[in-house]
Design a protein around this ligand. Structure first.
Ligand code: PEP
Length: 232
């Protein structure tokens, strides 16, 4: 069983959701499939698909216009939430401390956070990938509770570029060792960044890779279903 997590980002309509969920409902798979939708598309889940969100507030309630709390997500039957995606870190100035607070809020409400980490092109080119991702990881994960970590090199997201298998293996070893050092060898690890039906099986077979986080290719069944099938 691998996790296959779709991240729709700010894309999709109700009819796109209906079409994908209908095809997922008819799919027999041992994989754990999760679809992280924009907030507005989360309500209603006639097909019983595992729902994820793309952000959560670190606060429980109050004067935080535009934010959504863990309690609200729980009410909408959300089981997972992406926190610290590189687009939020870059566009909304989310620091490791904020990501940790959001992950902690999710756990408090019974939702499993998928905590994203990953280096920029500049960090990669200067040979700092391992140092950067280790620091991001250790500063972003909550002190306790169930969570998932997604390694997403920023330069690989939406670019069609992916790291070599050796680079992925090295990053996952660094992450596994860092988690081991804080006594969290139980954490599932995902790879994300330009996953498609051609590269999914190879990436998912790399040591320590427990699943995939899929952006663009998760929007339509003709690109998402072949990924799910290919990693079985
Ligand atoms: C993502 O948004 O997390 C992602 C991995 O995007 P893409 O698959 O489109 O690169």
């Amino acid at each position: 069983m691998k996790f296959i997590v779709g991240n729709w980002k700010m894309n999709g309509t109700l009819s796109d959701k209906e079409a994908l969920f209908k095809s997922l409902k008819n799919l027999h798979t041992d994989n754990k499939v999760v679809v992280c939708l924009p907030f507005i598309l989360l309500g209603g889940n006639d097909y019983g698909i595992t729902l994820g969100a793309q952000d959560v507030s670190e606060h429980d309630n109050g004067a935080f216009t535009g934010d959504i709390s863990g309690q609200m997500l729980k009410d909408a039957d959300v089981k997972y939430v992406v926190v610290g995606h590189s687009e939020r870190r870059a566009n909304h100035n989310e620091t490791n401390a904020i990501v940790k607070a959001k992950a902690t809020a999710a756990i408090k409400n019974g939702i499993i956070p998928i905590i994203c980490i990953g280096e920029t092109t500049e960090e990669k080119n200067s040979g700092r990938t391992m140092t950067v991702i280790k620091k991001m990881l250790l500063e972003s994960v909550p002190a306790k509770g169930e969570y998932i970590v997604a390694y997403e090199p920023r330069w690989a997201i939406g670019s069609g570029k992916i790291p070599t298998s050796d680079e992925i293996a090295m990053a996952f070893e660094t992450i596994s060792k860092a988690l081991h050092s804080i006594k969290r060898s139980d954490i599932a690890l995902l790879y994300g960044g330009s996953v498609n039906a051609k590269n999914a099986a190879q990436i998912a077979s790399i040591k320590n890779v427990d699943g995939l986080l899929v952006g663009g290719a998760s929007l339509k069944s003709d690109t998402f279903l072949p990924i799910i099938k290919s990693v079985e």
